[in-house]
Design a protein. Structure first.
Lengths: 336, 587
């Protein structure tokens, strides 16, 4: 590759800078589109606040519009909002009149915990199932894995969620139904609280992960089958390595690349899937926040969730990119 | 041989999965099939729809003469004669929406009042029959001309910080309410508050104002300590309305935590509550927007009390043995479902057209077929549970011939295809489908039968619909209006000319009738309650004739509670929005 102006800047830094530039552009575009769409929708904060309080007078309504700057022209509001986002100010919620930033940040951790656990479960579980199936491609157990995968893939996530709730919370009452913490907790030690959260996490994370588990196990199986047939694996076997070493050390590394690619790409889908799962399980994440904001027409919260989700997706994509370079030495910086 | 055994295994695996599914669904199915035999009647006294009596006075008897064990609906706590109340335990109940504050002096509604009524006491509270009961006020009396109300306050009442509740605190709360609460008619008549005796408050009014008593309910006039809130500049935005540690109340429970992330409110018993320490140690209020999961949690005992509205949801809870369902509790809010007409539309401006539409709608079909007989029939803006409701008035009984006649007379004869050249739209509140869009869909086909074209316009969310309503950008809309205890609060507003403003829940029909306004003014300021009831009967007759709305039914806000656990459940007209210090838990 010809080195022109950027010789002084090392390649990894340049890659990251370029990525950040793209990310900023994307973010501004998302703010513009989101803000404009919500602005175009009929009814505003004044209508919302007024309808919550059961009807007030015109003076009250005008007061709300003035206080929130809703009487200013559209472009001023847009510019103010965009500048605000870059300084960490996401405006105030219509409903609660408190900063949106606090709301979204409070809900970010539960969402990351849920999606992170689900993703780990799906990637690890999917890959292991895929390998298992690939090593015995014609056995019945392989077909069983296929059947489970297809089932998980085709069942709608809210349906799976409700069924699991009915089975594990009502029928066999061993897991809690809603939320992230018990309403009444008998012992209040640190460990009790973590255990309580873990119990609450099991069903939603499984529900969300199950959908993707299916896909990853299919991908891992196909890619493993391909890798197991390749020359270097034959060489490894020929030099007398044990099958376990061949599969898990030599073949897996290559076989897992497509899984990581898809997992990274699909993280945004995982976030949107989390909306449904969070609503079904009352998980206090950004999904429920967005869902409630839609119902109560709390545009600033909705926009805040949208922007923060965009940021999360951007960061995850960047991390995915970096992780390829770690898994596959052929695409390290400077060698592309 | 290999392939055969593989296939068998595969088939078994698939079957196993389906069996698992079937088991989980089957559980659900058997539940709903039970619905058919012992119908909802068991728990919800359905026949109230046919009778004209207000719900609270009705006997829950009939249909099923054999006496039922305690899990049926009885107006009184359904337990054995003299159970000794037990102290202790945590009462868990649910509400649908996360509140933004707990201050009933700046706005009322189930979100602020459900916690607010535990944190703040008020001068009076009400039983299940709309009778005022002593609360912070031990006794009270009106002067002969009805313009002065004297409250004698309980001398033992303390705020959560230990300071006594005195007359200046009540006066302070009334003023806060006057300045901030959207329900202006509650205290607009109050001209002077005499606090010269710390335990006597003398309220002077410009005119007789009997509704002031119910306006002193916990949901409408929580008493705030003046020494804490007196210096707050903008009470609407004050964090002291909802933050543990800052909020100082007067009620039976003290705020411990308001967790907006996990949507939970925690309170503990006020040890020094002047009416005696509450039986339960703690209250946890869980916000549950989704009724489906709420019911699951109620069934497995995690939540003890909740309110359920949806038709299918109510039928589901009726079939859960451990739960009691009753239409009692929350009559005070008085929600009535109606069809509202925009009188600025030139066709709907014709009274006969509106009446024809009313005759063309079969309320019995709506209530019995579409909604499982759960709502009560409504004929006026006054909730059938209210003492001011006129049970004897003519409703619009389903009569298509009459509708056709009225339309002919109004100058809309049927054409060869049966159509009358009237084409209208109907809107519906998007958050209560069973009682809104479902009824609108039915209205579309019902009106088609009499030659009127009706088109359903969907709103994506509540705000959009409220915008249409506020700007009178509609022909007909489905509506739910809340009476809020007295017609002067929630009924008058829809019919005042001065209230034709671009705000939802004002006079959004643009209905003008100066004569009716005079009648309403007279009724509102009538000190004699019998005369007042008579005036409201006359008002209801005028409204039924003019029909700016077609009132259809009540919105069922049924209370559901765990029969074995919750003793002395809150079934007064304010239900869960009344102080819960007398509720106890059997464990």
């Amino acid at each position: 590759m010809p080195t022109v102006a950027g010789t002084a800047v090392p390649k990894p830094v340049r890659v990251i800078l370029a990525r950040t530039g793209h990310a900023l552009g994307l973010l501004v575009a998302v703010i513009f589109v989101g803000f404009t769409l919500l602005h175009l929708a009929p009814g505003d904060a004044a209508d919302v606040i007024n309808s919550i309080s059961g009807g007030g007078d015109q003076e009250f309504i005008d007061q709300i519009r003035r206080d929130r700057g809703l009487d200013r022209p559209y472009h001023e509001q847009l510019i103010d909002y965009t500048l605000g986002v870059f300084t960490g100010d996401f405006d105030d919620s219509y409903q609660y009149q408190t900063p949106v930033r606090d709301f979204v940040l409070d809900r970010l951790w539960p969402t990351l915990l849920l999606t992170g656990t689900a993703l780990l479960f799906a990637v690890i579980g999917g890959t292991l199932l895929g390998i298992y199936a690939a090593r015995r491609p014609t056995k019945a157990s392989s077909h069983f894995v296929t059947a489970v995968s297809l089932f998980g893939f085709s069942a709608p996530v809210f349906w799976t969620g409700i069924m699991l709730l009915l089975i594990f919370s009502l029928w066999l009452p061993i897991l809690p139904t809603q939320g992230m913490h018990s309403l009444v907790l008998e012992n209040d030690g640190w460990f009790d609280r973590q255990w309580d959260t873990f119990q609450h996490l099991v069903l939603p994370a499984f529900t969300l992960g199950f959908l993707y588990l299916a896909q990853y196990s299919r991908i891992a199986r196909a890619s493993m089958l391909e890798v197991l047939g390749s020359d270097y694996v034959r060489t490894a076997r020929a030099k007398g390595l044990r099958e376990r070493i061949v599969v898990y050390k030599h073949a897996l590394r290559n076989a897992v690349i497509p899984v990581v690619t898809i997992a990274g790409l699909q993280f945004s889908q995982l976030l949107s899937g989390a909306v449904l799962v969070e609503v079904v399980f009352g998980w206090p994440g950004m999904g429920t926040l967005a869902f409630e904001a839609v119902l109560t027409r709390d545009a600033p919260i909705l926009l805040g969730v949208l922007i923060v989700s965009t940021m999360v997706v951007i960061v995850v994509n960047l991390l995915t990119d970096l992780s390829y370079r770690i898994i596959d030495p052929r695409i390290r910086f400077g060698r592309t | 041989m290999g392939t055969t055994s593989k296939r068998i295994l595969l088939a078994t695996a698939v079957l196993a999965i389906f069996a698992l599914l079937a088991a989980s669904c089957g559980d659900d199915d058997t539940d709903s099939s039970v619905v058919v035999d012992p119908p909802v009647l068991d728990t919800v006294p359905q026949d109230l729809n046919q009778t004209t009596e207000p719900p609270p006075e009705e006997d829950p008897d009939p249909v099923d003469p054999e006496p039922d064990p305690p899990d049926t609906t009885e107006p009184d706590p359904p337990d054995t004669p003299d159970p000794e109340p037990v102290t202790g335990g945590t009462l868990v109940y649910a509400m649908q929406t996360l509140p933004t504050h707990f201050n009933g002096n700046i706005a009322s509604g189930t979100p602020p009042n459900t916690p607010g009524s535990q944190l703040f006491a008020s001068p009076l509270r009400f039983d299940g029959e709309w009778n005022p009961q002593p609360y912070l006020a031990d006794s009270w009396e009106f002067s002969d001309n009805g313009t002065t109300l004297t409250l004698h306050l309980n001398e033992n009442a303390l705020f959560h910080d230990g300071e006594p509740v005195e007359s200046h605190d009540v006066a302070f709360s009334i003023r806060m309410n006057q300045e901030n609460h959207p329900f202006k008619p509650m205290f607009a008549a109050v001209t002077d508050l005499d606090t010269s005796d710390p335990h006597t408050l003398v309220i002077k009014m410009a005119n007789p104002h009997p509704a002031i008593l119910i306006a002193m309910s916990p949901a409408l006039l929580p008493v705030f300590p003046e020494h804490v809130y007196g210096d707050v500049e903008n009470i609407r935005d004050c964090t002291c309305n909802s933050t543990a540690g800052e909020l100082v109340g007067s009620g039976p429970f003290v705020l411990d935590e308001f967790d907006t992330t996990n949507r939970v409110i925690r309170m503990s018993a006020n040890e020094d509550f002047f009416m005696g320490r509450p039986y339960v140690d703690d209250i946890v209020i869980a916000v549950r927007p989704s009724v489906n999961e709420l019911i699951t949690e109620m069934e497995n005992g995690e939540i003890h009390i909740g309110n359920v509205q949806g038709v299918a949801d109510l039928q589901r809870v009726s079939n859960i043995d451990s739960l009691t369902v009753t239409p009692q509790g929350l009559e005070g809010i008085g929600a009535v479902v109606s069809m509202q007409f925009n009188l600025e539309d030139e066709v709907l401006a014709i009274k006969e057209v509106r009446q024809a539409i009313a005759y063309a709608i079969d309320k019995d079909f709506i209530i019995d077929e579409l909604q499982g007989g759960l709502p009560f029939r409504a004929k006026s803006p006054i909730h059938p549970g209210s003492p001011y409701y006129d049970p004897d008035m003519e409703g619009y009984e389903f009569d298509q011939a009459k509708a056709a006649e009225l339309l002919d007379a109004a100058g809309f004869p049927a054409g060869d295809d049966g159509k009358r050249g009237i084409s209208l739209t109907i809107d519906a509140i998007p958050t209560a489908d069973d009682y809104q869009s479902v009824v609108a869909e039915y209205a579309k086909s019902a009106l088609a039968d009499v030659g009127i074209d009706l088109e359903l316009r969907a709103s994506p969310d509540f705000g959009t619909w409220a915008g249409y309503l506020a700007n009178r950008n509609y022909d007909i809309t489905m509506q739910i209006l809340f009476m809020w205890a007295d017609p002067i609060i929630g009924v008058h507003r829809s019919f005042l000319e001065s209230n034709i403003v671009p705000i939802p829940f004002a006079n959004n029909s643009a209905y003008i009738n100066p004569e009716l306004e005079e009648m309403m003014l007279a009724a509102g300021t009538e000190a004699d309650l019998d005369a007042r009831a008579q005036s409201y009967r006359e008002i209801q007759a005028v409204l039924a004739e003019d029909l700016p709305f077609h009132w259809i039914e009540t919105l069922p806000t049924n209370t559901v509670y765990n029969t074995a656990v919750v003793q002395n459940p809150p079934l007064s007209i304010w239900g869960i929005m009344s102080p819960l210090h007398e509720v106890w838990l059997a464990q």
